[in-house]
Structure formats: structure tokens, C-alpha cells
Design a protein. Structure first.
Length: 449
């Protein structure tokens, strides 16, 4: 068994959905979420993606051990990160462990509580602009609108001096989607099938070219202006500025932000609005909290305690629909998980979606129930709840994302009632998408009662 220390392992079962010659690529590409919900009868499964054997870890404690990485036995790696590093070799989310600490220390000031408090003015302003742009009885393409919102908020708060024509911003969202879809497909299928002329690959390569060109233009402009605001300002004025390869590292960090900071939050917002439309009984409690908030200059950090039902709702949305639904690590030394030993170079997958839909971790996981979070700290680090990953590689922008989501939700709930165009119709996740995003979600907008 490739990747295992021979002679010490108990038999590790093959994950369901295996097809000879294809492995588990078919299950991952056809309906990965159904496949993951089936993976609940073993703590570890063997998974065949490409020519080698990887392992899917489904036990909460084992995943926590991988994330905490207390003995340094794991690093980011595996087929998923191999695909990501083809695009972003050295970004904060994809860089190896020996680089990560320095990068995170440099970027942390842009995500400090004071920096996020300053960014809230931009979050609130654009959330209000978005909500005011809608009209009664409008059919809203929710995913498109939320992608547009999160991109503008990111641009305005973290890249405030990076001027770009609105047309470029409008093109950035689809480009990011094509990029992430290409990464997912390239992870699941053998390299010999990744012909440049295949439609998904052609869009993937076009997306890389567009995003790379736009990012380098942003960097040149920012360096020439010697900006001091936002993340660009933090990085440009850091001690790394004179390091060899600084511009390439800066390029990787900006692309990482665009990928990790737009479509992920947009997906969560889209599912949240879907749940408000599908479960109108949830709206009144949230609206009563929202109506008691200040009408402007809202600071989420100052009013978190006034939003228990709203925060429970966001927590449950993140549990049921984690945007980043799969991740991986590679062992860098001989490690032990449970009663199994694995040699260096073994690839491990783990899934926030699988853990958060596992009845061993959450009771009745397929029922959307914000009440399950009552009496707990909002967005608490409950075992098995990892929508922003965990450990030393936890998402640096988790608080930024939550505050952004809350500002947009508050602006919409204050003004509008949202309803399904076809009541009773279940919305499914988009196929072949790197993020857990709803497929063709249109909602009707009406004045609130």
C-alpha cells in the first residue's frame, strides 16, 4: 500500500465510489458531496486520485491532529495543492510551512481588529449600495450579485489604492470561478487528460492570464504610488520589499486574496439568502435584532452580543455549506494517526463538509437548525466545525469574512423580503466548482412587511 509503513497498519478500507481505471475521480467530479456523506463508516479511507493512493481522514480528532501539527509532521501538499501551486506557487494559503510564519507575520496587520474595524465602513457602504440598487419584484441572480459585492468590498478595504476600471472588476469574478473550477478538475483527473484545448482547460488558462496581467498592473501602480493603505500598503512597506523575488511573492498574495476573499464569502451569503427564503420562520428573529441596531456606522465588534440569533444563523450556514469543502496535507516525516503509521510523502485529504455533515459529530446534520448553536460562543471552535480550517494555517481573513457577511445580510434584511421563485424547489450545489456554491439561485425581492 503506497504511502504506508508496511507491517504496522490495520486494513484501511477503500472509499466508496471506486471505479477501476478511474479511481475516485468520477465520484469527486460527479457529486462530491453525496460521496462525502457516504464516507462515515471508517476513520480513514484509501482514495485513488491519479496514479497514487491518498487517504481521506474522517475522524474529528485525527483531523484536529493534522491541523494542529504540533510535531511538525505535516505540510500543505497533495494533488490539490500541487494544482494550486501551478497558479500561486508561494501565496499565504499555499506556501510551505517554513515560509508561512514569515508571510503571516507580514500580512497580519492588515487583518488586525483595528484594521477590520476601519474596513467595516467600506463593508457597510457597499452593502447599503447593493441593497438600495434592488427594486420591488425584481428577480435577483444571487450568486452573481454576491460575487460582485464581495469583490468590491475586498477591493475597497484591502486594496484601496489599486485603481482598476469597473469593467476589469466585473471580469474578475468569472475569471476567479474559471480558475478555481480548473484547479478542482486538474486535481481529480490524470495529467495526460489535461489537454490545453479542452474547454475547461482553455478557460482555466485564459483565467490565469487575465488574473496575472491584472495583478501585475495593480502591483506596478501601487509601487509607483508608494501606497501605505490596505494590505498592499502593508506588504509594499514591509521589510521584505528588498528581498529577491519580492514582486512574485506580492503577486501570489494578491491572487490568493482575490481567490480566497471573494467567491468564498459570496457562496456563504448566497446560501444564507437561500435559507432565509426557504425558511421564512427564521427571518423575524433575525430582523428584530437587526432593527435594534444603529442605522449607520455600525460596528459588528461592538454589537456582536446583540446578535445571538443572527450569529447562530451564520454559524449554521457555515456548517451546512462550508465554501472551502476539501483540503489536504502531506506528511513530511513518519507519522501515526490512530493505529496506523504512514511514511513521509503520504497525502491526506480531509473535508469540512464531510465532518460537518457527519452524524457522529452533529446530530441530524441534514437539518438546517441554527438553534443547535444556542448557548455557545458565536462561531465557536466546536470540534468538527472548521469552515475556515484550523491550527496555524487557519484562514487569516476569517473575521473579515464574517463581518462582511453580517454587513451584507443586515443591509438586505432591513429592506427586503426574499422568496424562492419556485417554492419547494431544492437548490443544489454547482457542479465542478471548487467552492460550495448554489446552482442557478434566483430570488424574488419584495418590500419587507
Amino acid at each position: 500500500m503506497k504511502g504506508s509503513v508496511v507491517g504496522e497498519n490495520r486494513l484501511i478500507p477503500l472509499a466508496p465510489g471506486y471505479i477501476p481505471g478511474i479511481g475516485h475521480a468520477g465520484a469527486l467530479l460527479k457529486d462530491p458531496f453525496r460521496w462525502l456523506r457516504r464516507c462515515v463508516n471508517s476513520d480513514i479511507y484509501r482514495v485513488k486520485v491519479g496514479p497514487s493512493t491518498s487517504y481521506l481522514v474522517t475522524d474529528v480528532d485525527m483531523v484536529q491532529e493534522i491541523l494542529s501539527n504540533s510535531d511538525g509532521g505535516f505540510d500543505k501538499g497533495g494533488p490539490l495543492f500541487s494544482s494550486i501551486r501551478q497558479v500561486v506557487p508561494n501565496g499565504l494559503a499555499s506556501c510551505p510551512a517554513h515560509v508561512h510564519r514569515r508571510q503571516r507575520r507580514l500580512m497580519q496587520p492588515a487583518f488586525s481588529p483595528s484594521a477590520i474595524k476601519n474596513a467595516e465602513a467600506i463593508m457597510e457602504a457597499y452593502a447599503e449600495e447593493l441593497a438600495e440598487s434592488w427594486v420591488p419584484e425584481q428577480l435577483v441572480d444571487v450568486v452573481s450579485e454576491m460575487n460582485r459585492a464581495t469583490l468590491h468590498i475586498l477591493w475597497g478595504s484591502l486594496l484601496p489604492s489599486a485603481e482598476s476600471p469597473l469593467a476589469d472588476l466585473e471580469k474578475m469574478g468569472p475569471a476567479v470561478s474559471d480558475l478555481m473550477r480548473g484547479i478542482l478538475i486538474r486535481t481529480a483527473i490524470p495529467s495526460k487528460m489535461q489537454h490545453p484545448l479542452l474547454p475547461f482547460n482553455r478557460r482555466f488558462l485564459q483565467a490565469i492570464d487575465f488574473i496575472d496581467t491584472a495583478t501585475r498592473q495593480i502591483i506596478r501602480s501601487a509601487v509607483e504610488q508608494n501606497i501605505s493603505e490596505g494590505l498592499l500598503g502593508v506588504l509594499i512597506n514591509s521589510e521584505s520589499r528588498d528581498r529577491e523575488g519580492f514582486e512574485e511573492e506580492l503577486r501570489d498574495q494578491i491572487i490568493t486574496l482575490l481567490v480566497a476573499g471573494t467567491e468564498t464569502s459570496a457562496s456563504t451569503l448566497s446560501w444564507a439568502l437561500y435559507r432565509l427564503a426557504a425558511n421564512p420562520n427564521l427571518v423575524d428573529q433575525i430582523r428584530s435584532e437587526v432593527d435594534a441596531l444603529p442605522s449607520d456606522r455600525l460596528s459588528i465588534s461592538a454589537y456582536r452580543k446583540e446578535l445571538p440569533a443572527t450569529l447562530n444563523f451564520v454559524s449554521e450556514t457555515l456548517r451546512m455549506y462550508p465554501a472551502i469543502w476539501m483540503s489536504s496535507r502531506t506528511s513530511v516525516s513518519t507519522i501515526r494517526l490512530g493505529s496506523n503509521s504512514f511514511e513521509a510523502g503520504t497525502d491526506f485529504f480531509f473535508s469540512s463538509y464531510q465532518l460537518q455533515h457527519d452524524p457522529r459529530t452533529f446530530e441530524s446534520p441534514e437539518i438546517f437548525s441554527p438553534e443547535r448553536w444556542s448557548g455557545q460562543l458565536p462561531l465557536s471552535s466546536r470540534p468538527g466545525f472548521i469552515p475556515f480550517s484550523g491550527g496555524g494555517r487557519k484562514c487569516i481573513g476569517d473575521r473579515f469574512a464574517v463581518y462582511e457577511i453580517l454587513h451584507v445580510l443586515i443591509a438586505i434584511v432591513r429592506r427586503w423580503e426574499v422568496s424562492l421563485v419556485s417554492p419547494g424547489t431544492a437548490i443544489k450545489p454547482r457542479r465542478l466548482a471548487a467552492n460550495l456554491t448554489p446552482e442557478r439561485l434566483f430570488l424574488r425581492i419584495d418590500k419587507r412587511p
